[in-house]
Design a protein around this ligand. Structure first.
Ligand SMILES: N[C@@H](CCC(=O)NCCCC(=O)O)C(=O)O
Length: 262
């Protein structure tokens, strides 16, 4: 069996001279490869990325973190001029998420990716968690990469939840690099983990045929050093492998059914 193909949603950033580039971070690609997947970068083409063309070729969909924020108009809030948004990524991922889950494509959202799952299911975001009464500051500290991605706070894993079953743990300590967070949970989503201030740190799509999980932290960083990070990627890729097996079996049947030329 060849490696499952994992579509990784790119950001679209203008890096120089008004030339936009499609980007994904290297740690996410490395984590997918270590767990046995074949990363395939999905350009942020919005509506030009045909789901009918794409989804039958994908074994998994991964939505990585990003410095950019989801356009607040996507969840009914007002835009502010200085917000760093990425409309093309929004147009790509927000349309793709539910289509992927409905097609049985395993889905894994990290940080912005988890926020995208929430918005795709009709949820809203708090745009500055550190300013919300009773909330902790979830932003990263200044410093080198080890400091930025340091274990920052515990999260409690939901009783009877999927993450608790996977890890056998009641809580894990996670890194934290975000200033936005889930405000209203989307319809059809379940809480999988909470921070000490009650902020939702992980969620799951209820009734999804396969892995459909979002986490607010970054398991791709120091993959083998944190208790839940490698198991998360391994479980995601295992689900993708299962889809690949079924997908290739279906393909073989349809090829056998092709009439043999006389
Ligand atoms: N901009 C949003 C999402 C935060 C996020 O995804 N951070 C990732 C930072 C860079 C990385 O390591 O990918 C927010 O601030 O809430």
């Amino acid at each position: 069996m060849t490696a499952p193909v994992i579509g990784i949603a790119c950001c679209r950033w203008t890096l120089e001279k008004d030339r936009p580039f499609h980007l994904a971070d290297d740690d996410t690609l490395a984590a997918v490869r270590v767990a046995g997947g074949l990363p395939l970068l999905l350009p942020a083409l919005g509506g030009a990325l045909s789901h009918a063309d794409l989804l039958p070729r994908l074994d998994g969909l991964l939505l990585p973190g990003s410095l950019s924020n989801i356009d607040p108009r996507r969840y009914g809030d007002e835009a502010t001029p200085d917000d760093f948004i990425d409309p093309e990524r929004d147009a790509t991922t927000l349309a793709l998420i539910r289509a992927a889950v409905d097609a049985g494509v395993p889905l894994f959202g990290v940080c912005r990716g988890m926020q995208e799952i929430n918005v795709a299911y009709g949820g809203t975001l708090c745009r500055a968690v550190h300013e919300a009464p009773g909330r902790l500051d979830h932003r990263e500290p200044a410093g080198d990469m080890a400091t930025i991605y340091r274990p920052a706070h515990p999260v409690s894993l939901a009783h009877g939840g999927w993450l608790r079953r996977l890890s056998g743990l009641a809580s894990v300590t996670v890194n934290s690099l975000h200033h936005q967070g889930v405000e209203r949970l989307g319809q059809g989503l379940a809480v999988e983990a909470l921070a000490p201030d009650g902020l939702i740190e992980a969620l799951r799509v209820i009734g999804a045929r396969r892995f459909a999980i979002g986490v607010q932290w970054h398991p791709e960083w120091a993959l083998d050093e944190r208790p839940l990070s490698r198991p998360l990627f391994d479980a995601f890729i295992a689900a993708c492998r299962q889809r690949r097996t079924e997908r290739t079996a279906r393909l073989a049947v349809s090829i056998r059914r092709e009439p043999v030329p006389a």
